[in-house]
Design a binder for this molecule. Sequence first.
Ligand SMILES: *C/C=C(C)/C=C/C=C(C)/C=C/C1=C(C)CCCC1(C)C
Length: 252
Amino acid sequence: MSNLGILLDATLRAGDYIGFTFFTGYMSMLAASIFFIVERGTVTDKWKTSLLVSALITFIAAVHYYYMRGVWLETATSPTQYRYIDWTLTVPLMCIEYYLILKPAGAKVGMLVRLIVGSIIMLVAGYIGEAVAQEQNILWGVISTLGWALIIYEIYAGEASKLAKATDSEVVKSGYNVLRWFTLVGWAIYPIGYMLLPGNLLSGFVEGIDMSKSSPVDLAYNIADAVNKIGFGLVVYSIAKGATEAEKVKHA
Ligand SMILES: *C/C=C(C)/C=C/C=C(C)/C=C/C1=C(C)CCCC1(C)C
């Protein structure tokens, strides 16, 4: 067997830390999905959809992580296509979470559409920069950031933020603040990872690293996904639990 065959025999080797994060990502997304599905039974009817969406986000990610883990073990290259298919499904579902939480406060479909348009710009431009026109990955990264900025504008200064301010539910108000903090600070890990790509702004930091054995970009994305899918889902869960409790007190 050639050296290459020994290196890439599709098993997880000691020292393959990127591989470790693909495995833990897969397993923790799966565990989170089971948690959200089971806990769905403990909240009032109007919160059940929110928990189902949390479960769908982590479940879709779990399936993609299963494939991404395989691509990494067999080829030691970034599973960029699977990554972006995952994000194209899960990021709009996170926009739907915002919509569901603000719907009792009067959220309209227009708000959801604006969030999804921002997501599409962000992800299509990111994919082009990463997989189609790598030489121009800075330009496409800037365009992608504009899409992200649309989302940030909507949740910090646009209609969504006004609705959250006006709601009479303290649980929703404080939960919303945590969710948008994820979208601002937690999501910032992704563009930082992207800037480690060859030729991009932070690539100097990872210059000496052997990319056939390691991938700092995937490390950043794997950490970011765990924080933003499981963490975000847990915040939605705590809003649902808190609102269910508040209703019980009101009816007691
Ligand atoms: C579950 C997946 C999530 C929450 C994915 C979020 C992805 C981003 C916020 C990606 C953002 C990017 C930029 C803002 C610029 C560079 C290109 C991207 C796509 C990495």
